[in-house]
Ligand binder design. Structure first.
Ligand SMILES: *[C@@H]1O[C@H](CO)[C@@H](O)[C@H](O)[C@H]1NC(C)=O
Length: 250
């Protein structure tokens, strides 16, 4: 049930706004090099990603790709469980620009791509509003928060379709992503819990930080949806507008 947690993001970079625009074919930008299809395709993609991510994470208006340093979102609404409502506003997410692609597997027949992404540290600075239960404790608050997740591995995969457009070329379309994650470290700091009752607030933060894996089990699936959104936003920005035979050379 946790994995069904809903995520709604209202930001200036919602990928749907890209989809609604008139289709505009593009070549790969100079900071992304294509790979040749063959036995070393995975190695090539991993190597090229390492070279591309620093530039790619600055964002590129030509592709509608957002800056990831930090990634700014107006609002993240999470329902990590039926017992908890959690709203983040004015969000700055740091660390995505240090993502490392560890592995990439492409099944051209099944039209399926598997990526393994490692991020050493992800930090969220934002305002939060929370009400409900976390780790079976009642929790309620409204204030500033900074959260840190460390040693994170995300298995991000997606199915896609190919479409032939008016120029006669094939393009990726209809990307259907999925994500699983392993987060080894976490640190939580929610300010102004319980209307600023310091003792109750400190208690909650201590319980979360003394049981980071339990907290990650409850909150992680919701947060991994944020990573899913970041990855999907970037992937859509580039892979859907460049002809397939320019992404994967024969
Ligand atoms: C990610 O995929 C690898 C295999 O590619 C697997 O060994 C690992 O357990 C997966 N991790 C997660 C968090 O799903």
């Amino acid at each position: 049930m946790l994995l069904n947690s809903a995520l709604f993001v209202v930001g200036c970079l919602l990928s749907s706004s890209v989809a609604q625009k008139k289709f505009n074919s593009k070549h790969l930008p100079n900071y992304i090099s294509a790979c040749r299809v063959g036995s070393d395709l995975s190695d090539c993609i991993v190597k090229h990603a390492r070279a591309s991510i620093p530039q790619l994470s600055k964002g590129d208006p030509a592709f509608g790709s957002p800056s990831l340093n930090p990634w700014v979102l107006e609002k993240i609404e999470l329902n990590p469980s039926s017992q908890l409502k959690l709203l983040f506003t004015d969000c700055k997410i740091y660390g995505l620009n240090n993502a490392i692609l560890k592995d990439a597997k492409i099944d051209f027949d099944k039209k399926h791509i598997d990526l393994v992404v490692y991020i050493e540290q992800i930090k969220l600075d934002s305002h939060y509003n929370m009400d409900g239960q976390l780790l079976v404790l009642p929790i309620k608050g409204d204030g500033k928060t900074n959260l840190e997740f460390g040693d994170c591995t995300f298995n991000y995969s997606f199915d896609y379709d190919l479409i032939t457009r008016k120029d006669g070329k094939q393009y990726i379309t209809n990307i259907r992503p999925d994500i699983s994650f392993k987060i080894n470290k976490a640190h939580f700091n929610f300010e102004n819990l319980f209307n600023g009752n310091k003792q109750l607030g400190d208690n909650i933060n201590n319980v979360l930080n003394d049981n980071p894996q339990d907290a990650v089990t409850e909150l992680g699936p919701a947060f991994s949806n944020v990573i899913n959104l970041a990855a999907t936003t970037i992937i859509r920005a580039y892979l859907m507008v460049v002809p397939f035979d320019e992404l994967f050379l024969h």
